[in-house]
Design a protein around this ligand. Structure first.
Ligand SMILES: [Zn+2]
Length: 240
């Protein structure tokens, strides 16, 4: 593992890469429901993950939707996308694997986004499969039901006790195997399936402000705030 000392060194590594796959789990996005428990429990006594589980969706949908709406509509996006846009325009950024569920990269016009845990913009009736927008969820009072058949409307996100779609996982691994750099933003590297991503990659680079004992398994690591780093990388003249 090589610790990158400054932003110039970081920029050199990224500049040298011809095909990059980005894995994002930056804290300001809307986290996937698998990984929120720890974050949420630090601030609250009860487990949000439990209320967002498959059991609650099917057996107590009222409680599920109360928590789901509170969770997905209580976030703001402050991400700086300019540098990543530049990389995509240069043809270097091939895929984005988003571990969050806000679908923000698609909204911002990025191509080839893999929403590993789904995204909140897609919702469907579990009975007749009619599709619904995020607005439908937002404006619906109480348990969200289909306007055709009264079936439950399920957000197309992977709930904590559901597994990631195999086809999405395969797509992600295929992209990573082809790339020469796996660039990870605040990604929990000891978490499944990230550990598999690391094994399948040619070169790994993590930007994070949290240190873990697993960091030694990476090729490069840059300890810094992700948003600040992306803003610095975006400047024409990069200074230490
Ligand atoms: Zn329906």
């Amino acid at each position: 593992m090589k610790k990158i000392k400054n932003i110039i060194e970081l920029k050199e590594i990224i500049d040298k890469s011809q095909s990059i796959v980005l894995v994002n789990k930056t804290k300001l996005g809307l986290s996937n429901l698998h990984m929120i428990e720890e974050e949420y429990n630090q601030a609250n006594k009860t487990s949000l993950k439990k209320f967002l589980s498959k059991q609650f969706f099917y057996n107590q949908p009222k409680i599920f939707f109360e928590n789901y709406k509170k969770y997905i509509f209580g976030n703001n996006f402050l991400f700086n996308f300019d540098y990543l846009k530049k990389l995509e325009k240069q043809g270097k950024l091939k895929n984005i694997i988003d571990l969050n569920i806000d679908g923000i990269f698609t909204l911002k016009g990025f191509n080839n986004v893999i929403q590993l845990y789904g995204d909140i913009h897609k919702n469907y009736c579990i009975k007749c499969h009619k599709e619904f927008s995020l607005n439908y969820i937002k404006e619906y009072i109480g348990t969200v039901r289909c306007d055709l058949c009264n079936g439950l409307v399920k957000p197309n996100v992977t709930l904590p006790n559901e597994i990631i779609l195999k086809s999405l996982l395969e797509k992600a691994l295929f992209a990573i195997e082809k790339a020469d750099l796996l660039l990870m933003l605040e990604t929990p590297i000891n978490n499944y399936p990230i550990s598999n991503f690391i094994i399948s990659s040619k070169k790994t680079l993590l930007i994070t402000d949290k240190r873990t004992s697993k960091d030694i398994y990476l090729d490069y690591i840059y300890y810094a705030d992700v948003l600040e780093t992306l803003a610095k990388l975006n400047k024409k003249e990069v200074r230490k």
